[in-house]
Structures are given as C-alpha cells and as structure tokens.
Design a binder for this molecule. Structure first.
Ligand SMILES: N[C@@H](CCC(=O)N[C@@H](CS)C(=O)NCC(=O)O)C(=O)O
Length: 202
C-alpha cells in the first residue's frame, strides 16, 4: 500500500492528497511534524534528503517532489483520468504544472509562510509586496487563458488544476482579489469533494 509522508497544513502535500482522493486510492499516512523539525532529522532525511514533504513510498520506490508524485499516480492508476489522453493536450498539462511552480508557488510561499506561521514582527513586508506583484502578473496571464473555460486544459479537471488548487485557497490571505475567470475557476476547484476533504485548518 502507498505510504504518504506529509503534514496536514502542507500545500504541496495537499496536491497529492487531492489526486489520491480523486482516484479513490487507499493509502497510509505518516505525519511529519514540521513544527518539531522532524523533517530535518536523520530518519526522515534518509528517505528524502531534501527534508521536505510530501514523500511517497510504494514497494521500495521512494518519490519526492509533488509533481513527480502526481505524474506517478497518473501513470500507474489511470482511472479516473486526471490528464487528457491526447498527447498535445497532455503536454499543455505538463507546461501548466511547471509554470505553477515557477510563477506561482515560489512567490506564494514568500507570503503565506510568514502569514500562517510567524508573528507579524517577523514578516518581510518588502518581500511580501514583491511576491504579491509577481503573483498578480501571473494571474493576469492565467485570466486571459481561462476566460470562457472551466479548467486550464481540455475542459477537463487535470493535474494542472490540482497543482494550483492548494495555492488558490490562500488568495484571501495574500490579499489578492482574483479577476473574474480566476475567481470562478477557484470556486469550482475548491468546491470539489477532494478539495473540501483536504482543506487545511490554518
Ligand atoms: N518542490 C517541492 C516543495 C515541497 C515543500 O516545499 N514542502 C514544504 C511544506 S508545504 C516543506 O516541506 N517545507 C520544509 C522545508 O523546506 O524545510 C514539492 O513540490 O514537493
């Protein structure tokens, strides 16, 4: 059975939990206590030398990086599909997954980590403002691509949407007002049972 090392407040782990829920895959969970820095202890570093969650383990395979895990789940458990069969459409899913990490999640972390876990006096307001500008610029591009569409690729809920979902949750915390197509997309994604079941408490 799949083992997932994760933390309930972890955005990247939530991507994997959403995919597992969508595909109705049974799995065992191991909570890695990030507050206690268990992810930097030798036992966990032996599994994932980068000391981050999520990590997936199955039959001797140890896999980290949420996008690699999502692709593994899609390749090994095709039903229900979270990627289009058409190879050109599938390439677009990969493109959006990559862009999500480059253009969105990196900057999101700069804002939501301090806001969720640090006292206000430790926030780097200049870095937060710069990150917010980057995210707003990216969302303006996505807004054009999403206008008139329900999902990023092929009018189908895919791994690309899953990559964005946990980060879209925090637009209000980031004080980012989404343009209309993004707002509707965000609502659509957050309403899914897999999203509701994995919503973090903080
Ligand atoms: N690129 C990684 C990012 C994973 C990541 O940064 N996870 C956070 C929790 S959401 C973490 O483990 N942070 C602890 C650290 O970096 O020390 C992925 O996609 O899985």
């Amino acid at each position: 059975m799949i083992k997932l090392y994760y933390h309930p407040l972890s955005t990247y782990s939530r991507r994997v939990r959403i995919a597992l829920a969508e595909k109705q895959i049974a799995y065992e969970t191991i909570v890695v206590d990030l507050a206690q820095r268990k992810h930097k202890e030798p036992a966990y570093l032996a599994l994932n030398p980068y000391g981050r969650v999520p990590t997936l383990e199955e039959d001797g395979l140890v896999l980290y990086e949420s996008t690699a895990i999502l692709n593994y789940l899609e390749t090994t458990r095709a039903e229900p599909p979270l990627a289009p069969a058409d190879l050109r459409q599938r390439a677009l899913v990969d493109m959006h997954m990559k862009l999500c990490d480059i253009q969105m999640t990196r900057h999101t972390g700069t804002i939501i980590f301090p806001k969720r876990f640090l006292p206000k006096e430790r926030w780097n307001e200049a870095a937060i403002a710069a990150a917010k500008t980057e995210i707003e610029g990216h969302l303006a591009i996505l807004e054009r691509q999403l206008t008139g569409k329900h999902y990023l690729v092929a009018e189908q809920f895919t791994l690309a949407d899953i990559c964005y979902l946990p980060f879209l949750e925090f637009l209000p915390l980031m004080e980012i007002a989404p343009p209309p197509a993004i707002a509707a997309w965000r609502e659509r994604l957050l309403a899914r049972p897999s999203a509701r079941a994995t919503k973090p408490d903080a």
